[in-house]
Design a protein around this ligand. Structure first.
Ligand code: MG
Length: 202
């Protein structure tokens, strides 16, 4: 099982981090060991002073595939949820400044939390909304109609490089409003109004 993450998929978030709008999706991976179940506390890593949340819609791959055409991509996932792509932002800025890969800032143990998976309503998935709360303050609001790359485009593009296997997860990018977390913060995510994710930092 692998975790594939899309970076820079919402224009307002690209602008808040002063990045360029990419001509293809930005892709990176997290290992299986990055994943923590939401019922376990997230440990604030000792190597960062600026741990950030990025709330994202997460798709679960339901069928193996390679070189999947966009028009068939819908058939390769059936469940989704809200997840957090935790990022050691200070580490990432240092790596980016040197043109180095991001793994140390994005793929560490506990850098990935997902909520409860539910069936994807395929007819309305391109206009889904999601919210993310830190200590009951709403800090991110997303709308899948604002993604630069649709779910189908992501699946098709990613599968040119990586064979998708049943159970793989795809993080589809975060909207604007990313920010720091601190120990004892309570995090909560909803998708189409349904609460799917609850996590605590320690
Ligand atoms: Mg992200």
């Amino acid at each position: 099982m692998k975790i594939i993450c899309i970076g820079r998929n919402y224009v307002a978030h690209i602008l808040e981090l002063k990045n360029e709008i990419p001509s293809n999706p930005v892709i990176f991976l997290k290992p299986k060991t990055a994943l923590v179940h939401q019922s376990y506390p997230i440990h604030y890593p000792e190597f960062t002073d600026d741990l950030h949340y990025e709330a994202e819609v997460v798709l679960r791959i339901s069928k193996n595939g390679k070189n999947i055409p966009e028009r068939q991509a819908k058939n390769y996932f059936d469940q989704w949820t809200i997840g957090i792509d935790f990022t050691a932002r200070d580490v990432q800025q240092r790596l980016k400044a040197k043109g180095l890969p991001w793994e140390l800032s994005k793929a560490f143990d506990g850098s990935c939390v997902v909520g409860d998976f539910v069936a994807v309503p395929k007819e309305t998935m391109d206009t889904a909304t999601f919210e993310f709360y830190k200590n009951e303050e709403k800090v991110q609001s997303g709308d899948t109609s604002l993604m630069i790359y649709s779910f189908e485009k992501i699946i098709s593009h990613v599968s040119k490089y990586f064979t998708l296997q049943m159970g793989d997860l795809i993080f589809t990018g975060t909207p604007e409003g990313v920010g720091p977390v601190l120990p004892y913060d309570e995090l909560r995510g909803t998708l189409n109004g349904e609460e799917l994710l609850k996590a605590t930092i320690v």
